[in-house]
Design a protein around this ligand. Sequence first.
Ligand SMILES: [Zn+2]
Length: 325
Amino acid sequence: MQISPSVRAAMVPDENPMHPGFTSIYLVGPKGGQSLTIDSGEAFERYQWFLRGYLAAVEQTEISIATITHHHQDHSGNLKWANEMLGARIDITQGGRPLLKGKIPTEVNQLSDGDTIDLGSGVRVQVLHTPGHSVDSMSYYLEDEGVLFTGDTLLGSSTTTVRDLGPYRRSLERLAALPNIKVICPGHGAIVNDPRERLQMYINHRAQREQQVIKALEGGKQLTSWEIMLQVYPDLDPRLHRGADGNVRSHLTQLQEEGRIKGYAGVPRKPNKKKIERDIEHAKVEDKVLKQAKKIEKARSTASLRAQENPSALEWKQAPRFELA
Ligand SMILES: [Zn+2]
């Protein structure tokens, strides 16, 4: 889908409840010139096929640089693949290197806040460090065309999860102050065509959640984050409870840092050595079964292919016979 003169979106349907609608891969660059991909999905074949199919069907460019908005695996899973199969240079996020261990090739280019990626023909992408969803969250900004890429800092069809709320709210304010935004391209969900309203909505939404968290504590009882979460999100799909609890915890951390609430340390459960050992053993058995299943699958497919081309002689109890007439 064409978003602006230099931006295209490859929107891959996604069924994860955390990612309503789509997980998107964006291509930025002048037609026929160099292209940058922003995010490239999980390390599943369907993302690789989708991107290859899209490139073959729609693009007249090659991927010269592959970058990500943050280290999470649904954005960074295909960096090695993009490097090996497409020959792309890999750009990584500010603070992302230790978090991307094992997922990146040895040679990478480290981006920092304030950098510009120049794709030629006047297409220049600004790099903004916008932590909050994760410590290494980056946004990319094409000021001339009014396109902002937010990754999971702002989503298209839902609110997002926040790790550090203070930095997150500052990041939103920073994005809202950018001079020219016509459209936001998020990591998941629909393209956002009312960017200023949406950013303001996110800012207001966080202020409102903070009020709800404070209200839950006004009863005067000490509560855990989980208990607060159940009050603040009474009708939430239980599969999203953990994410919501994370949001409440990030509000609690910020309120505590500001001296507005008091916190009491919890007592961690002792790690159960036997259970850990059992889990390791279990994973080993699973790996073995998986390996065997793959072998069987391959053998079956080879056998059926062979049977198609050379039907087996075993079907005859007595084969047809011939002699000179
Ligand atoms: Zn994501």
